[in-house]
Design a protein around this ligand. Structure first.
Ligand SMILES: Cc1cc2nc3c(=O)[nH]c(=O)nc-3n(C[C@H](O)[C@H](O)[C@H](O)COP(=O)(O)O)c2cc1C
Length: 203
């Protein structure tokens, strides 16, 4: 059996980041399967510091896109990006957030993590929470691909966490880290990886 015939390897090697989607909604039982894959990721001290906001309605998607666009507009204006370029980027970003039938906003929470007086240890604990969330979202993206859906990670919430929390009325301790766009694909993509020789040291 070659690698691509094996279901695990096919899932890992053929997942691609997809940015255009068909409009068909994703059924709730399928969304629950993806979230189940997410919560079975390993986590620091098994504290499971991940939280997920599932966004499926047009109104919430639009509110989310609008809230982040306002913040991004300010940032780009301050950075001196030309007005026409700003308009184009904002329009693309809005389309990226409103076209997919499903958005999963990945958040971390420090609620159950250890508390330290030492800032160095506090930072390490925050990193562990973030690493745990990232593993969960990786599981979710692979599960989505396994189920025939496509996905893409969007880092935009990192730049506007308060706006995302407000637009989605999230609890105060939820820290938005990423949006995973999901749905059935309306494009195909290829990708590449650096060879192992470039990224691995054998000791
Ligand atoms: C932490 C992280 C942040 C990313 N942010 C974005 C993003 O904001 N917009 C986007 O279009 N893709 C984003 N991506 C997707 C990457 O561009 C994509 O994974 C990479 O180009 C490799 O393509 P592939 O996933 O199809 O193999 C992000 C991926 C990761 C892991």
């Amino acid at each position: 059996m070659n690698d691509l015939q094996d279901v695990f390897w096919r899932t890992v090697l053929t997942r691609r980041s997809i940015r255009r989607y068909q409009p068909e909604p994703v059924p709730e039982n399928l969304i629950r399967r993806l979230l189940t894959a997410a919560i079975w990721a390993p986590s620091a001290h098994n504290r499971q510091p991940w939280r997920f906001a599932v966004v499926t309605t047009e109104a919430r998607k639009a509110a989310l896109a609008e809230a982040m666009a306002e913040r991004w507009l300010e940032d780009m204006t301050r950075a001196g990006v030309p007005a026409r370029e700003i308009r184009a980027r904002l329009q693309r970003s809005r389309q990226r957030l409103t076209e997919p039938p499903l958005l999963v906003v990945g958040c971390m929470t420090m609620r159950d993590m250890d508390v330290y007086a030492d800032p160095r240890l506090t930072e390490a604990e925050r990193t562990m929470a973030m690493q745990s969330l990232v593993l969960a979202l990786g599981n979710l993206m692979l599960a989505a691909h396994h189920e025939g859906l496509s996905s893409c990670w969007m880092c935009a919430p990192l730049f506007a966490p308060d706006e995302v929390r407000t637009a989605l009325e999230l609890p105060n301790d939820w820290e938005p880290q990423a949006i995973i766009t999901l749905g059935w694909p309306n494009e195909s993509r290829t990708s590449f990886r650096k060879p192992l020789e470039e990224v691995v040291l054998w000791k």
